[in-house]
Design a binder for this molecule. Structure first.
Ligand SMILES: [Zn+2]
Length: 205
């Protein structure tokens, strides 16, 4: 991979969540860091319906700070891990989700990340619809008992060309992943290693 600068991708799955996103955007702004948000289209629609003012504010901030939006899923297959991992979205569902996200965000959606990095049929459909699928090599998804320190450590192997996966989704995840404590520390550590945290597309190009 030709990485002229030593870039590391910073990405967030499972959002948007109105409780986390403002604080996460503030942390990114303080660190002058662009990032990629892989959103669930259903959640974005709900957020926009429930709090249009806040949602518009978020969209403006995404634009000003040049963050990018990718598709994570048309909707959330919440019931079990297995249903999330192996339930397949149809090509039509993916197509509609892309159009919805583009309308809601005013951004062209070019990237896709499936739940749990699985869902093979959805990856094919996303490709056919012009999206590139982006995986990652360090995942911030913790069991409830993992401490902030343990979670920060998960990213200690990051190197030039890595793409990190955080979660800004539910309130529960905020509690278990300590995202607001973990994120600034990880960004700091990357910079300390001479790496530049940025959005996924910058790593891939
Ligand atoms: Zn997910």
């Amino acid at each position: 991979m030709a990485t002229k600068e030593r870039f590391v991708g910073v990405s967030f799955d499972d959002g948007p969540n109105s409780q986390n996103i403002q604080e996460i955007l503030a942390i990114l702004r303080e660190n002058n860091c662009q990032a990629t948000f892989f959103w669930i289209a259903e959640f974005a629609k709900k957020f926009s319906d429930q709090d249009r003012n806040l949602f518009s504010k978020i969209i403006r901030e995404l634009k000003v700070s040049e963050h990018e939006i990718g598709l994570h899923a048309p909707s959330d297959y919440a019931p079990t891990f297995l249903s999330r991992a192996y339930s397949q979205f149809s090509k039509e569902e993916i197509k509609i989700a892309i159009a919805d996200l583009e309308e809601l965000t005013g951004q062209k959606v070019r990237l896709y990340r499936p739940h749990y990095l699985l869902q093979p049929a959805s990856i094919i459909f996303a490709r056919q619809l012009g999206l590139s699928t982006v995986f990652g090599d360090a995942i911030h998804y913790a069991s409830a008992d993992a401490s902030t320190e343990v979670q920060i450590k998960k990213f200690s192997g990051a190197r030039s060309g890595s793409i990190l996966i955080f979660h800004d989704g539910t309130t529960l995840q905020r509690k278990t992943t300590h995202i607001l404590e973990v994120l600034p520390q990880v960004l700091d550590n990357l910079k300390g290693l001479g790496l530049t945290p940025t959005k996924a597309s910058a790593v891939l190009s």
